[in-house]
Design a protein around this ligand. Structure first.
Ligand code: 13P
Length: 255
């Protein structure tokens, strides 16, 4: 089985001004020095500070992600940032289909799929987010929702899909303080991996990282990461503080 190196991503959402973005890096990097070779770490600031963060992380192993990208190379798409532009800045990663994009900004499957295709074509590494709402979980729809969100992946070639990371973020766990239990996370992660195996291929399923996100903190990262199919964490609120995110990484690696 292929190795799935642990991956920790900080999604800062619409937080942190440029000074805070830059100040985060040395404190965080020092905190995770001892484990930096054992994992990959990606920070996702708001788009206007991507360049600042790339500069601030230049002599480190920390990588940088955008929180979204446009679905075309260029054109009449006011407010969008194309994957070509992100690449030009030196950004390698992009978060796509985040629940806030899907539910607050009403991005539908077709739009998320177009963004994903454009990102992959430009050589970005997408973190494709899926997850059910509370009422969907309560009515037993979790797997059906996840399956619907994953369906667009079938249109991409396996060669293109190599770049992909998936993140399971149950909507009811995001920013609520109520994380999925490690058993709940494992159940959905295993379902996602089975779906990938059936619909793409078994080597692809085995080699693809599936991250968990939703109220991850230093005191639950170790239990979540202990699950067989949890390969990393996508962290919102608790990633804003460098020492807190550092603890999440270290505890997640059991170091
Ligand atoms: P919280 O960690 O604040 O719940 O946010 C999770 C998230 O949305 C990460 O993308």
């Amino acid at each position: 089985m292929e190795q799935r190196k642990p991956l920790f991503i900080a999604n800062w959402k619409m937080n942190k001004l440029s000074k805070e973005v830059v100040a985060f890096v040395p404190i965080f990097y020092e905190a995770i020095q001892s484990v930096s070779q054992k994992c990959e770490i990606v920070l996702a600031p708001v788009a206007v500070y991507l360049s600042k963060l790339i500069e601030a992380t230049r002599s480190t192993s920390i990588q940088v992600a955008a929180q979204n990208c446009g679905g075309a190379k260029s054109g009449a798409f006011t407010g969008e940032i194309s994957p070509v532009m992100l690449k030009e800045l030196g950004v390698n990663w992009v978060i796509l289909g985040h629940s806030e994009r899907r539910h607050v900004f009403k991005e539908d499957e077709a739009l998320v799929s177009a963004r994903l295709k454009a990102a992959i074509e430009e050589g970005l590494l997408p973190v494709f987010c899926v997850g059910e709402k509370l009422e969907e979980r309560k009515s037993g729809q979790t797997f059906a929702v996840i399956e619907r969100q994953l369906k667009g992946l079938k249109e991409l070639s396996e060669n293109h899909l190599k770049a992909l990371t998936i993140a399971y973020e149950p909507v009811w766990a995001i920013g609520t303080g109520e994380n999925a239990t490690s058993a709940q996370a494992q159940e959905v992660h295993a379902f996602i991996r089975q779906w990938l195996s059936k619909n793409i291929s078994s080597p692809f399923a085995n080699g693809t990282r599936i991250l968990y996100g939703g109220s991850v903190k230093a005191d639950n990262s170790s239990q979540l990461m202990a699950m067989e199919d949890v390969d990393g964490l996508l962290v919102g609120g608790a990633s804003l503080d460098p020492l807190s995110f550092g603890e999440i990484v270290k505890k997640g690696l059991n170091s």
